[in-house]
Design a binder for this molecule. Sequence first.
Ligand code: ADP
Ligand code: MG
Length: 322
Amino acid sequence: TILADQIAAGEVIERPSSVVKELVENAIDAHSTRIDITVHHGGLASMQVTDNGDGIAPEQVRLAFQRFATSKIRNQADLFRVNSLGFRGEALPSIAAVATVDMKTSDGVHPGTELQMKGGKVEAELPAATRRGTTIEVTDLFFNTPKRRDYLKTSSTELSKITETVNHLALSHPEIAFSLVHDDKELLRTSGRANLQQVIAGIYNNQSIKKMIPVTAHNEDFELEGYTSLPELTRASRKYLSVIVNGRFVQDAELNRAIIAGYGSKLMVGRYPVTVLRITMDPTQLDVNVHPTKQAVRLLNQTELSQFITHAIAQTLADRNL
Ligand code: ADP
Ligand code: MG
C-alpha cells in the first residue's frame, strides 16, 4: 500500500542523497558502464540518473515499483551471499511514494517504456523511444510529507551529501564512468578505465594523490588494493578514510581504527590519513542485511580483517622506511 511505502520511505529515503545513492546502486546492479547524475538545487528541485545498463522489460516496469519486488534475490540462500548492492526491493517504491518519478527504460530488445508516478500512484505509462538503459528523474521530494521536507537542510548542505555519496560510489567502481553535474556545473567525471588512482585524483586533487602510495596485500581470506597517504598528508576528519568491501562502501569505526593503527605513532592526535582501501572477501562472511540503508555491514571475521588492514598499512610504510 502507499502508506506502507511511505513508512518504508522513512527508513530508506532520508534526504536527496539517499535517492541518488539508491538510483546509482540500481544502475550499478544493472551492469552499467556509464552513469550520469544531474541534480538541481542540491537535489531539492530535481535529481536525474541515466545509465546504459540492462534496462527493464515492458511488463516488469510497474513491478519494479512494488515493495519487496526485487529481481536480485530468488531464494534464502541468495540472501546469504548477496553480491548486488540492492536486494530488499524497497528503494523505488519508497522514492515513488514521496516524490514525482519519471522513468524511461529499455532492455534493448523490446520497445522502451516511460512510467510516471506521483505519491505512489501511476500517473501514466507510455511507449518511449529510448536507448538500452534507464533514466530516472525524481522531482518534488517529500512533497506529500511536509515534516520531512522541513527537516531538509540548505541546498548546499544537501549537495555536499550528494557529492560525498557519488564520490564513494565512484571509488567503489573505478570500472564505471561516472559524471556528476549540479546546476550545469560538472563536479566529478571519471573515465571508467578501472584506474583507482585517477578516480582518487579526480575526487581529492592532484596534490593529494602525489602524496599517496599504493597498498596491496592478500592472504587466504582477503585481497586488498588501494592507496594511503604519506604521514605528512593528514586531514582533520575521518571522512577521508574510505573502506570498500566487495564493491560496497562501508562505514565502520573499527575498520577505520585499523587503518589508523597501521600508522602507529606517525600521526598526530586528531589527524587522519587520506586512505582508500578496496577489499575483496568471501561474501558469505559479510552480512549486508543489517540496516535498510545498507551502509552498515556485519563482518563475521571482523577481527581478522582489522588485523589484516593494520598489517597491510604498517608494512607499506615500513617498506618505504617511513
Ligand atoms: P532492489 O534494488 O533492492 O532490487 P529497488 O526498489 O531499488 O530494489 O529496484 C527494484 C527493481 O527494479 C530491481 O530489482 C531491478 O529489477 C529494477 N531496476 C531498478 N532500477 C533499475 C535500473 N537502473 N536498471 C535496471 N533495472 C532496474
Ligand atoms: Mg535498489
